[in-house]
Design a protein. Structure first.
Length: 155
């Protein structure tokens, strides 16, 4: 009987330890995930600049200056970052400006995008990688399809 109690106790401790270690691993996952539009490296929350009423994040202190000098060059990737970080919300088809059809949703990089129809969806599906990002997040498409979320005012 004592042997069964000892085995049960040991097994319970192992299960608890595994659950504890698993919980620690989940805590280590970074909450902030963005890519610097200038360098393509991981961006940091403490390196940012105002852009279209929101914040665009960079990997280092040098990239904001490069971004400000030639914003048009980096605009597509900055717009994409606004969507990935949740600062911009998709409200219309980025290609046509039409009403969104949720059945047309596809993943583009780290975000999902819906379109008005299968024709618009098909144009983007045919493109690959950065071509998809360019089609959906260039300044013209971004203006048609996305709205910047208003930051909550501090009291």
């Amino acid at each position: 009987m004592k042997r069964h109690v000892a085995l049960f106790t040991a097994a319970s401790l192992m299960v608890g330890l595994v659950a504890f270690v698993g919980a620690d691993e989940k805590k280590e996952e970074p909450k902030f995930k963005a890519v610097c539009p200038v360098s393509g490296k991981a961006a940091k929350e403490d390196q940012s600049a105002e852009y279209k009423g929101a914040k665009v994040y960079f990997c280092c202190g040098g990239c904001p200056d490069a971004f400000k000098k030639d914003t048009a060059k980096y605009a597509t990737k900055a717009n994409y970052q606004l969507a990935v970080t949740g600062q911009a919300k998709l409200v219309k088809c980025p290609l046509s400006g039409g009403k969104l059809n949720t059945e047309t949703a596809i993943a583009i990089g780290d975000t999902k995008v819906c379109f008005c129809c299968e024709n618009c969806q098909g144009k983007v599906k045919e493109a690959k990688g950065d071509e998809q990002i360019e089609l959906v997040f260039n300044d013209k498409a971004f203006a048609k399809g996305f709205e910047i979320k208003k930051a909550k005012e501090e009291k």
